[in-house]
Design a protein. Structure first.
Length: 130
């Protein structure tokens, strides 16, 4: 998987908001999702440490507003990602439940029984032919 830098490229335009409408849990690579979440956590930590390092006297009202906007944006993005991850977890759980059901097991057992019956018939026919 290619490494994606933490900072956007110089001259990169504004990115559109993260939209999850129409996105299925299987459309996202889990490793990429983990990388994005970790990048967001790093950015959140960075912004919090910048804000904590400055005292109230150091901050201008413009700085406070800018920090508040950045943190609000990160919070919204994290909420969306958490919602998406919950959907992915539910999809994984439903796949396990569907594959673990007794109907699939019974069908497999029936298929094995049929194969065994055919093999035993072949073995019995070979013995009588000798």
């Amino acid at each position: 998987m290619p490494h994606v830098p933490d900072a956007p490229a110089a001259g990169a335009g504004m990115r559109s908001a993260l939209v999850t409408r129409g996105l299925k849990p299987t459309d996202i690579n889990p490793d990429e999702m983990d990388d994005v979440i970790m990048r967001l956590f790093k950015e959140l930590r960075k912004q919090l440490s910048i804000m904590e390092a400055k005292t109230a006297a150091d901050l201008e009202p413009v700085d406070r507003e800018r920090h508040a906007r950045i943190l609000a944006s990160l919070e919204r993005t994290m909420e969306r990602l958490v919602k998406l991850e919950a959907g992915r977890a539910a999809a994984r759980k439903s796949k396990v439940t569907a594959n673990d059901g007794s109907g699939g097991r019974k069908a497999l057992e029936a298929r094995i029984d049929r194969i065994l019956a055919i093999e035993f018939e072949k073995a019995a026919a070979e013995r009588t032919d000798r």
